[in-house]
Design a protein around this ligand. Structure first.
Ligand SMILES: [Zn+2]
Length: 571
């Protein structure tokens, strides 16, 4: 499914346009997928991201078919001597990379919405195209696309650069979506939502993927990485901006809380193995490039951007992004260009703190040792296997400690660890580090401190709770502490009702349970423990869906029932 290819589908409506490609009951549509190096399969070209060009495209098609490309149609003219054939000519594209070029032909229909903001004096037309008979499933994506285009134009300080924005649902597609400039292509399940039959959980997935791909229209398409080494500039940023945009449009979804629970956690897992790789890597050929589309580039990249944006302040960060986009518009850039713009705007040399995160693999655990009224924080690389050697542990990371304690009137974001270890004053009645899980690292508290924190849960944010549970589980898993310490901490969460906290607790306990998979006595004990832990919540949620219940309850119940099933609940 690369280059210019055909996708097979079962038509949702008949009759189809007469000249639709078909064999037996199946129909076909045609579309392209060029990233990273597949444009050369469809046309002769210098197929590298920094060899940009304008494109003039014309496609000859049967007159009852629809042709789409990056730019709007300029004219449609009959083809001399060929009956029922037309030549569709598109407007000239702006200067752009070959991997973002796209076209499609098929028996398409569309729904259109206009943005609220004006672009060159007019609202921007946004369309979602499908094969015939699926148009009614486009509304959810369409509503979001218009909002995201306006939001990004606003926060990036650069208007959406093309005269239209199309989305196309493609029936056979190898990834989730592809950000072709002005014609974003999606696998059907990542874009279409049937209000009658689709599962609720697809709503947030679709909203997120639409936001991610639209963020690329600026980050990647308007300003493109110079070479694939800097792929994280595209993917880490689009991931971060995708979460930001969904959190803006749906504050009730608590998307950043979810990021701590799912996004960051999956990045930690990928990066806690010895054979991980740095965000910034040198790649030569295209097959190596394809391997870079992974959790490290997307989710660790997004986590580092979140940490940086939080440290210098979101508005300052966005001002820096705006400067970067304006300075390199229609051109290419390397990671250094981003640091230049951010440093210029924030008046802080951001390289000093982000470079260790970008250039080295892995992340640290911050281990805490308590003395009288002080704590000593020591950083070392974290491996889930717990067997870090001196050779593994050569990086000194910049750690925003976000130290919060009861007496805290300090600007917590300014307290950082820039050496292997340092001692800080704290009020030991209450303190935590890495408040709201902003930093991409784990924390190892002494067991006595975890017990104290367990009795102070009302002082923690939801993100704090998720983070403390996942850190404690990782410490037990890697042998820094024991399972009993972790299970003691979890007992304090028996009254917790937030879905994300419950999910983190159950995810973590299943990891611990997996260690004892072959020890039946311990496994049985853990099952009993899990059933006791979820008992109260299960009674609260009930076993069956109730009419009109909120989304959080539905999600929580499915999580609890899954845990109940795995742990052998008698019912
Ligand atoms: Zn992407």
């Amino acid at each position: 499914m690369t280059g210019f290819y055909r996708s097979k589908y079962t038509p949702a409506a008949t009759p189809a346009a007469a000249s639709t490609l078909a064999s037996d009951a199946s129909h076909y549509m045609l579309s392209t997928f060029f990233e990273p190096g597949y444009a050369r399969m469809a046309l002769p070209c210098f197929d590298e991201p920094n060899l940009k060009s304008t494109f003039d495209l014309a496609i000859e098609i049967p007159e009852d078919q629809v042709a789409l490309s990056n730019m709007p149609v300029k004219k449609i003219t009959p083809v001399v001597d060929k009956q029922n054939r037309v030549l569709v000519t598109f407007e000239r594209s702006p200067i752009m990379s070959t991997y973002l070029l796209a076209w499609a032909v098929g028996d398409f229909e569309y729904a259109e919405a206009l943005t609220d903001r004006l672009y060159s004096g007019r609202p921007l037309p946004v369309r979602v195209y499908t094969t015939r008979g699926l148009k009614h499933q486009t509304q959810w994506a369409l509503q979001h696309a218009t909002k995201f285009i306006d939001y990004f134009s606003e926060i990036f300080g650069v208007d959406y650069p093309l005269p239209k924005s199309d989305i196309l649902a493609v029936h056979e597609f190898s990834s989730g979506a592809m950000e072709n400039w002005g014609l974003v292509t999606y696998r059907v399940s990542a874009i279409l939502f049937d209000e009658q039959t689709s599962e609720e959980r697809f709503r947030d997935r679709i909203a997120y993927v639409v936001a991610h791909e639209l963020a690329h229209q600026w980050f990647g398409n308007l300003v493109t990485m110079d070479w694939w080494d800097d792929l994280w500039l595209n993917e880490g940023f689009a991931t971060w901006a995708g979460w930001l945009a969904v959190a803006h449009v749906h504050p009730d979804w608590e998307f950043w809380t979810r990021f701590v629970n799912e996004g960051m956690q999956s990045a930690f897992e990928a990066d806690s193995i010895r054979a991980s790789h740095p965000i910034l890597v040198q790649v030569g050929n295209d097959s190596a490039v394809s391997q870079l589309f992974d959790l490290i580039n997307y989710r660790k990249g997004a986590s580092i951007i979140r940490m940086l944006a939080s440290h210098i302040g979101l508005n300052t960060f966005l001002d820096g992004i705006s400067l970067y986009l304006r300075r390199h518009a229609y051109g290419n850039a390397v990671t250094d260009n981003l640091w230049d713009a951010l440093s210029e705007v924030s008046k802080v040399e951001v390289r000093d703190f982000v470079e260790p995160w970008i250039q080295n693999m892995g992340f640290p655990v911050a281990s805490i040792e308590e003395n009288e009224n002080q704590i000593t924080v020591r950083q070392a690389r974290f491996l889930s296997t717990g067997d870090v050697t001196l050779e593994d542990d050569t990086t000194v990371w910049w750690l925003p400690l976000s130290l919060e304690d009861v007496s805290d009137k300090r600007n917590t974001s300014s307290i950082t660890l820039t050496q292997k270890q340092h001692t800080f004053n704290v009020n030991k009645e209450f303190y935590i580090i890495n408040t709201n899980a902003i930093g991409f690292y784990k924390v190892h508290y002494p067991p006595e401190r975890l017990s104290i924190i367990a009795s102070q849960l009302d002082r923690l944010s939801t993100e704090d709770k998720i983070y403390i549970i996942s850190s404690a589980a990782d410490m037990a898993f890697a042998g820094f502490s024991n399972t009993a310490t972790f299970l003691d901490l979890l007992k304090a969460f028996a009254n917790e009702t937030h879905y994300r906290v419950i999910k983190q607790a159950l995810d973590s306990i299943h990891v611990v349970r997996s260690i004892f998979y072959y020890d039946h006595a311990i496994k049985k004990g853990l099952d009993k423990y899990i059933l006791r832990l979820i008992d109260k919540n299960l009674t609260l949620c009930g076993w069956d869906t109730r009419p009109g219940e909120d989304y959080n309850t539905t999600l929580t119940r499915s999580q609890l029932l899954l845990a109940a099933g795995i742990s052998g609940h008698p019912r």
